[in-house]
Design a protein around this ligand. Structure first.
Ligand SMILES: Nc1ncnc2c1ncn2[C@@H]1O[C@H](COP(=O)(O)OP(=O)(O)OP(=O)(O)O)[C@@H](O)[C@H]1O
Ligand SMILES: [Mg+2]
Length: 469
């Protein structure tokens, strides 16, 4: 049952409501039947009394004995009394010693010509409906005797008891049925929850392959979908992280090996000419730079993730920044035989941001463009358009597959792992770039067609504030 807490709670609530409704319904039905039978019987006894009174008055009915017999036949008892309340005659089952139903007040009422009706329980505990009528003498002036008709409620009570039994039985039946249905509903409700609990536990201990197979369209279904997405994200995160550690150790190991090897060569003077020594020193220099870049990137990323990076914000001139970045990358583009075209607007408004960081991002995008383009051209745009200013870098390179585009800004994510490594990339550039641009309130957007080229766009919203003169 502990497995089924939600079901249990829900079941209890539904059951309580159900029992309340059932009980009040049962009571109402019981009341209705009891009232109905009571009224029915009262009317019947009244009618019988009228009937008997008329028979008594009728000249055709010769003897009282006959009337008494007739009463027995009708399953009622009749009693004649005089104006003192004494019994003159009575039919079968009446115990003449128990005359408590004849009350002196009623006798007066009767002999003043009015009718009386009451309920009465005899010594043996049997209940009766009693109706009494005065019997006028011929001519209707005086009342010399009155007639009591007593009808036992036993028959009625039996019927009511039978109905009650039926009500209770159907109540129990309905209760059991409800119990069954609630149990089934509770199972249906709690099963997916239990499944979710089990799967999330698995995910928590690192089993990111665990997935839920709940395909409903309701809130439970969307929760299950969210859990599956979370597992996927975690799985991807773990994979890229593992890959990153593999990469990072590789990336670190390569320059360190070079540094170690070539410095040893120099230390042991294992070179023939000065030129050869300079070449080795060049390699050592390059590799230490590479190492430094990697460490810087990692440090930068760590700072940004902790929200500790500080930007020096100023009014920056994107024209100047774009010119600088393009100039710095020109050589690399030329070396690869790529055409680098610029379309730089000279009249864009100043943007409030960190100029050095923006240049760093742009250089990164340009480096990527050069790195991932084998032939063709790279176009750089700087434009102002409906409320924003953008710098776009378009290349005619290898492009990025559609399904990988959403991940290229993730840390350590590289599309073509081996090719990227061969290019010296670690997959940190874009994630740093995106964070830097977002910290300045801008956006970094990408569109790409595989085999045709890629376009990155740094977009700033034009500042509404008054710019400095
Ligand atoms: N212009 C581009 N054309 C095609 N693919 C690109 C382009 N720019 C980025 N990519 C893909 O996105 C990945 C992530 O880019 P990112 O700049 O973050 O990393 P990197 O260039 O591999 O390494 P780093 O920039 O850290 O030296 C790259 O590995 C590459 O596969
Ligand atoms: Mg890069």
């Amino acid at each position: 049952m502990i497995r089924n807490r939600i079901g249990l709670k829900l079941g209890l609530v539904i059951l309580t409501v159900f029992v309340l409704v059932l009980t009040s319904l049962g009571l109402a039905i019981d009341r209705m039947f009891t009232n109905f039978y009571n009224t029915e019987m009262r009317t019947e006894v009244d009618e019988l009394t009228t009937h008997f009174t008329m028979m008594t008055e009728s000249p055709n009915v010769s003897t009282d004995t006959m009337l008494l017999k007739f009463a027995d036949f009708s399953n009622v008892s009749i009693v004649y009394i005089d104006d003192k309340g004494n019994i003159q005659a009575h039919s079968g089952e009446i115990d003449p010693s128990d005359t408590s139903f004849i009350r002196s007040g009623d006798v007066k009422t009767l002999f003043s010509g009015k009718t009386v009706s009451l309920e009465y329980t005899n010594k043996a505990g049997e209940r009766y409906f009693v109706a009494a009528r005065p019997i006028p003498t011929e001519g209707g002036q005086n009342v010399t005797s009155s007639l009591y008709v007593l009808s036992s409620t036993k028959h009625m009570d039996d019927s009511i008891a039978a109905i009650r039994k039926l009500l209770v039985l159907s109540g129990i039946g309905a209760f059991l049925l409800a119990l069954g249905i609630i149990w089934i509903i509770a199972q249906i409700l709690s099963r997916p929850l239990i499944q979710m609990r089990d799967v999330t536990r698995k995910i928590a201990v690192g089993d990111f392959d665990a997935r839920l197979s709940i395909n409903s369209n309701d809130e439970i279904g969307s929760l299950a979908e969210a859990i599956n997405n979370l597992a996927e994200d975690l799985q991807r995160y773990r994979d890229t992280r593992q890959e990153f550690f593999a990469n990072i150790s590789h990336e670190l190991r390569t320059p360190i090996t070079y540094l170690e090897g070539y410095s040893k060569v120099i230390k042991d003077r294992l070179y023939d000419t000065e030129a050869e020594r300079d070449q080795y020193l060049d390699i050592i220099h390059q590799e230490s730079q590479r190492l430094q870049r990697l460490v810087n990137d990692l440090f930068e990323l760590a700072k940004m993730e902790e929200g500790k990076i500080s930007l020096s914000l100023e009014w920056m001139d994107l024209t100047e920044i774009t010119d600088n970045a393009v100039r710095k990358i020109q050589l690399k583009a030329n070396e690869k035989g790529l055409q680098l075209n610029t379309h730089i607007s000279r009249v864009v408004p100043l943007i409030y941001g960190d100029g050095l960081r923006t240049e760093q991002v742009l250089i990164n995008l340009l480096e990527n463009a050069v790195r991932y383009t084998e032939k063709g051209e790279i176009n750089v745009y700087l434009k102002e358009e409906s409320g924003f200013v953008y710098i776009a870098v378009e290349d005619t390179g290898i492009g990025i597959p559609d399904d990988e585009v959403p991940f290229i800004f993730d840390r350590f994510y590289r599309v073509e792992k081996s090719r990227s490594r061969q290019h010296g990339g670690t997959g940190l550039g874009l994630s740093i770039a995106k964070k830097l641009i977002e910290l300045q309130g801008g956006e970094l957007l990408v569109t790409s067609t595989i085999g045709q080229g890629t376009r990155f766009e740094i977009r700033f919203v034009r500042d509404e504030q008054e710019e400095p003169a």
